[in-house]
Design a protein around this ligand. Structure first.
Ligand SMILES: Nc1ncnc2c1ncn2[C@@H]1O[C@H](COP(=O)(O)OP(=O)(O)OP(=O)(O)O)[C@@H](O)[C@H]1O
Ligand SMILES: [Mg+2]
Length: 236
């Protein structure tokens, strides 16, 4: 579904990612974890056509998308849920969802909305509320839904549980799993919550200073005590 090979990217002269290779199959959840400033968001920006790509390739669903602009990548079935500013605060929940759906190939917007409300019932209760007045957890659910309503093949999630209380972290993690199971979407999950990321992931990548220093299953990573401790702050 998504294959990245030897990617070097950044912003103008600021080289952020070095020789990144990564693969996500259909229906897989890949977690990318690593310290602040490691380049996690830049990886998602590179996939979505926002960062500058110096060399390497990105293949989505068999097509070379390296250096294509975001609107084309979006049309190819990639939805990107940003780390911040991921909803229109001055619009209602329902308006946020409608805008996203109207810029997609979705024909029956009302049906798509009902499906979203089926996954996140709280959003139905809040549908007339301004997005800027939602709680942090509700806002993240809306942000995920804005991506999901477009019926993507690949969902890029940048720290969807950051700053949330444990109850919401658990709820959102469960929803991410449910979305994958029900819709078979491939998910690239950037997380700072290492435990949750490893719980959800089929495969994990650890990104440090723009380089992948580990690639493997969550259980393999948990055995790498040095990495867990030094870079992810987990364990003694
Ligand atoms: N749009 C941008 N223009 C220029 N430099 C940027 C831009 N976005 C990020 N950077 C720089 O790229 C580097 C990597 O940042 P990035 O946001 O990818 O890290 P991150 O791993 O997502 O960090 P965090 O965990 O804090 O979200 C940092 O030095 C940052 O200042
Ligand atoms: Mg980031």
């Amino acid at each position: 579904m998504l294959q990245i090979e030897n990617l070097n990217s950044g912003y103008g002269k600021l080289h952020v990612l070095y020789d990144i290779s990564l693969k996500c199959e259909e229906g897989e959840i890949i977690s990318v974890i690593g310290p602040n400033g490691a380049g996690k968001t830049t990886l998602l920006n590179s996939i979505f056509g926002i960062a500058d790509i110096y060399s390497g390739s990105i293949i989505i669903d068999g097509k070379d998308t390296t250096r294509l602009p975001p609107h084309i990548i979006s049309r190819m079935g990639v939805a990107y849920v940003l780390q911040m500013l991921n909803v229109f605060a001055q619009l209602t929940v329902e308006e946020n969802l409608r805008i996203s759906a109207s810029y997609s190939k979705i024909k029956d917007v009302n049906k798509a909305m009902e499906e979203i409300y089926g996954i996140f019932p709280i959003l139905k209760e809040r549908k007339k509320q301004l997005a800027g007045t939602l709680s942090g957890g509700e806002r993240q659910m809306l942000a995920i839904s804005i991506g999901l309503i477009r019926n993507p093949k690949i969902l890029l999630l940048d720290e969807p549980t950051a700053g949330l209380m444990p109850l919401y972290v658990k709820m959102i993690a469960n929803k991410i799993r449910e979305i994958r199971d029900k819709r078979g979407i491939s998910i690239i999950l950037v997380e700072q919550n290492v435990q949750k990321a490893l719980e959800l992931a089929d495969k994990a990548y650890v990104l440090v200073s723009g380089q992948i220093i580990f690639e493997g299953s969550p259980s393999e990573l948990k055995e790498k005590h040095e990495i867990m401790k030094l870079y992810l702050g987990v364990g003694e």
